[in-house]
Design a protein around this ligand. Structure first.
Ligand SMILES: Cc1cc2nc3c(=O)[nH]c(=O)nc-3n(C[C@H](O)[C@H](O)[C@H](O)COP(=O)(O)OP(=O)(O)OC[C@H]3O[C@@H](n4cnc5c(N)ncnc54)[C@H](O)[C@@H]3O)c2cc1C
Length: 386
């Protein structure tokens, strides 16, 4: 596997073990069927408890049965999962960074005890409801709202493009509290509550091996105890997104690396004009470019892990890495695809699947444009969002 500047030499024994475990899991449990799942538009839900057993959900958190591994180990895990498919890494990111993280950081003791061990084991599945049909890049415009009635809240609204909502047991729903000056709050909404619907969105052309849906909320009553007590305002959802984007910045390197390795192997075996195509300068240029881009993305990800570990990671650092690394994986998976010629468009090979997945990853968790604007504001002090 590509590790051109020897980053693996600096890994601890535990980090290496977690990386290897995830890599073996992806090889044996994911790679054999993932092309089929992509074609069918399905996610192998039977692996969710297995992923829990292996400790793939929020392993960087501690307590409540969670191991509290290093941020590098967590990043490596995301990288290996996304080498399998972005749908697999998305499952782990949503469960860990977007649902378990806010419960861990902002939840009551009862909420933590109810959900964290079960979600860590993969016995319960969560989803994160922020995006709405009319409010994507600007989630603060959200219309979903809650109204206090005695010691309960009544929720109304609609969320869309929600990873895992059709299979989720609980949704973290971000809504404006009309009884408190429209302050944004997080609500834990069990999906079997009356008035909750979670329609599946079909016919995606990207992230096909992932379940995506809506969340409809029609006079849904939740007890006051279901509010996340530790956070209010947009800091709640945005802080979760910073956690998930950190994992994405690592994960996409796995997708690009997998596409690169497939192209390298193919180029060495495929003969045209009486010699392996890997012997042609044009193909070597493509491999050299992929290896360089992947390596620079790895360096950025490792630096982010160090900053996160010592508490110095800022959202703008994560914006830069998400923006750069996803663009890199999007561009490089296309280069890998073209190296496979006609076979490159077949689901028997991974590059085009990764390439299609990258259209989603480029768009969700803050589009490439939005991260550009975040960086622009950081660099100039002037916001150019509106
Ligand atoms: C497969 C998939 C899974 C997803 N999973 C989840 C999930 O689990 N939970 C969740 O809450 N959301 C999820 N999303 C939603 C995702 O986060 C949104 O699609 C994303 O934030 C973009 O919002 P939008 O689609 O409404 O696009 P829009 O915000 O309408 O953007 C359209 C275009 O306009 C550009 N644009 C917007 N504002 C500006 C500006 N100020 N300046 C310049 N350009 C601008 C954007 O960059 C984009 O190119 C998912 C999306 C997909 C595709």
């Amino acid at each position: 596997m590509l590790d051109f500047v020897g980053l693996e030499d600096d890994l601890s024994a535990e980090e290496r073990m977690i990386r290897d475990t995830a890599r073996d899991f992806v090889e044996s449990e994911i790679k054999p069927d993932i092309g089929e799942h992509f074609i069918e538009g399905t996610f192998p839900t039977d692996i969710i408890p297995k992923m829990g057993e292996m400790g793939f959900f929020a392993p960087n958190l501690d307590g409540y049965g969670l191991p509290g591994v290093s941020e590098t180990a967590y990043g490596l895990l995301m990288q290996e999962l996304e080498a399998g498919d972005s749908g697999l890494r998305s499952m782990a990111s949503v469960q860990g960074a977007l649902v378990m993280y806010p419960i861990h950081a902002y939840g009551s003791e009862e909420q933590k005890e109810e959900w964290l061990p079960a979600m860590g084991r993969g016995d319960a599945v969560g989803c994160f409801g922020l995006t709405e049909p009319q409010h994507g890049s600007n989630p603060s415009g959200m219309e979903t709202h809650a109204e206090k009635r005695g010691d309960e809240y009544v929720l109304n609204g609609a969320k869309t493009w929600i990873t895992n909502s059709p299979i989720a047991d609980v949704a973290v729903v971000w809504a404006k509290d009309r009884s408190d000056d429209d302050t944004v709050r997080g609500f834990l909404v069990e999906t079997d509550r009356e008035g909750v619907t979670t329609n599946k969105l079909d016919e995606k052309l990207s992230l096909r091996a992932s379940i995506t849906g809506e969340i409809g909320l029609n006079d849904v009553v939740v007890p006051e105890e279901n509010v996340l007590p530790g956070v209010s305002g947009m800091k709640g959802p945005l802080s979760c997104l910073t956690q998930a984007r950190y994992g994405i910045a690592w994960g996409v390197i796995g997708a690009a690396r997998d596409a690169f390795e497939e192209a390298r192997e193919y180029a060495k075996g495929r003969e045209q004009f009486g010699q392996p195509i890997a012997g042609f300068q044009l193909q070597q240029q493509k491999l050299a470019e992929q290896a360089t881009q992947i390596t620079t993305a790895q360096l950025l990800a490792h630096r982010l892990a160090d900053l996160k570990e010592r508490g110095d990671l800022e959202p703008a650092h994560v914006s830069m890495a998400k923006r750069n690394n996803v663009r890199m994986a999007r561009d490089m998976s296309r280069v890998a695809r073209e190296m496979l010629g006609g076979n490159g468009i077949s689901a028997d090979y991974s590059p085009m699947r990764h390439m299609a997945n990258m259209e989603t990853v480029y768009t969700y968790e803050g589009t490439h444009d939005i991260h550009t604007l975040v960086l622009g504001q950081e660099l100039t002090g002037i916001q150019a969002f509106q």
